[in-house]
Write a protein that binds this ligand. Structure first.
Ligand SMILES: [Zn+2]
Length: 428
């Protein structure tokens, strides 16, 4: 090969590279847009996208297409930011048979995650926060999605949830002779410090802990505190110093209060929240993640073993009363579903019950799954609203969700980071 061939070959590859890295703009022509901060719905707007980001949002009349631009016609649709669910179990499936639970090993969890990430994205959820998975299967899933190897939402993942021996985050199904302990179990201050550092070592974006007992675990009490105040203070100190937020599963009022005083960033579930806990959460700016639709779904579809069923009945009844008080009391809310407790892809049903049963306006409900969720995840600079500089994460629906949020249960168009993930509008 002569020098001339070498040079022309390099120029050829440069040209190919250039064509791949500057593919022109995408112009999304929206009938209406929703500004989730104000509830304004301007008509005939264009979202200008370059690469994975929103470059500008401008009136369509003043945004003609340039050579090389690609236009997406959503002129009959309402366009809004991709939704965010801050409480998923993306590697788990909906099955309450204890033997099924015991045999869902790490490999099966990873494969579940690959299935459910696609389903969740196609339901309009362009970001999720996964709170608890075995064997770092959620970390692997996140990395595969980020590398473009699997379709799925942007993800933050916790790896195994931290909890006490015999607590909600331990495995309590087998008798003593099997010596089964969940990988997130850590008791006492040095042990929890070590465990926080360990899960961060293996890739956790946040720390999930069990502050109280839970429903879908054998032999513990949702109202009883599990981690002590001192243990949670140690967890939060290490997590925050290392740049990670802490999400605390907590049903009982004392556990909510201890976790809040320890400085966790969100209370998950919050079923028995009382006036003291509401006051403390407001003072600390702690988010509440209600996971509320599951109480409806379980009532209709859940077939639980006896040792889960009574707890589910009691906790659901408490949630229906107390979460409404928390919303009325002004606690910050971020949308979370506990998806896996009910089938992945039904996540948007959470918005409906926030309106019909927790007393939110449709706009307030939409904010829990956009700007509030983004703030809790420290992702306000990259998602949660259709604004320049943020990821081009958007969905389109046939009618106005601020009139009826149920339209978000059937999302026909999804774009994540400038790439169309689902399009039933132009496929027709
Ligand atoms: Zn959960």
């Amino acid at each position: 090969m002569t020098w001339f061939h070498r040079v022309s070959l390099s120029l050829f590859f440069l040209a190919v590279l250039n064509a791949q890295t500057s593919p022109g703009r995408i112009l999304v022509r929206a009938g209406h847009l929703i500004d989730v901060r104000t509830g304004n719905e301007p008509a005939d707007q264009t979202i200008v996208i370059e690469g994975d980001r929103i470059k500008a949002v401008t009136p369509t009349a003043s945004t003609p297409a340039q050579p090389g631009d690609k236009e997406i016609d959503l002129k009959s649709m309402t366009v809004l930011p991709g939704l965010i669910d801050v409480h998923t179990h993306i590697t788990m499936d909906t099955n309450f048979d204890p033997y099924h639970e015991l045999t869902t090993d790490t490999a099966r969890q990873a494969l579940n995650g690959a299935r459910f990430a696609k389903i969740t994205l196609e339901a309009g959820f362009t970001s999720i926060r996964n709170v608890g998975a075995a064997g770092y299967s959620d970390i692997a899933l996140r990395d595969y999605i980020n590398a473009g190897l699997l379709p799925g939402p942007h993800m933050q993942a916790s790896g195994p949830a931290l909890g006490i021996t015999g607590g909600h985050c331990d495995d309590n199904l087998l008798p003593y002779e099997f010596h089964e302990t969940n990988e997130g179990v850590a008791d006492g201050i040095p042990a929890v410090q070590h465990k926080v550092r360990e899960v961060i070592k293996y890739g956790a974006d946040l720390i999930k802990i069990c502050a109280t007992g839970g429903v879908l675990s054998k032999g513990d009490d949702p109202q009883a505190s599990q981690y002590t105040l001192e243990e949670m203070q140690a967890i939060v100190a290490d997590a925050h110093r290392l740049g990670r937020k802490v999400a605390a599963h907590a049903h009982g009022a004392q556990g909510i209060l201890f976790a809040t005083q320890a400085g966790v960033d969100s209370i998950e579930h919050g079923s028995y929240i009382d006036a003291d806990a509401i006051g403390a959460m407001k003072a600390h700016g702690t988010y509440l993640v209600p996971t509320f639709y599951l109480t409806d779904w379980m009532q209709e579809n859940g077939h639980l073993p006896a040792f889960y069923q009574q707890k589910m009945t009691d906790v659901s009844a408490a949630m229906r009363v107390n979460l409404r008080q928390a919303v009325a009391g002004g606690v910050k809310i971020a949308l979370g579903t506990d998806a896996a407790v009910y089938p992945h892809g039904l996540n948007a049903h959470e918005l409906e019950v926030y309106v019909t049963k927790l007393g939110m306006t449709p706009l307030a409900a939409l904010q829990t799954g956009t700007i509030n969720a983004a703030a809790l995840m420290s992702w306000s600079d990259r998602t949660g609203a259709l604004e320049p500089g943020k990821w081009a994460d958007l969905i389109a629906v046939a009618s106005d969700p601020l009139q009826d949020v149920r339209v978000l249960q059937h999302v026909p168009f999804v774009m994540k980071a400038g790439v169309v993930a689902k399009d039933e509008i132009h496929a027709r």
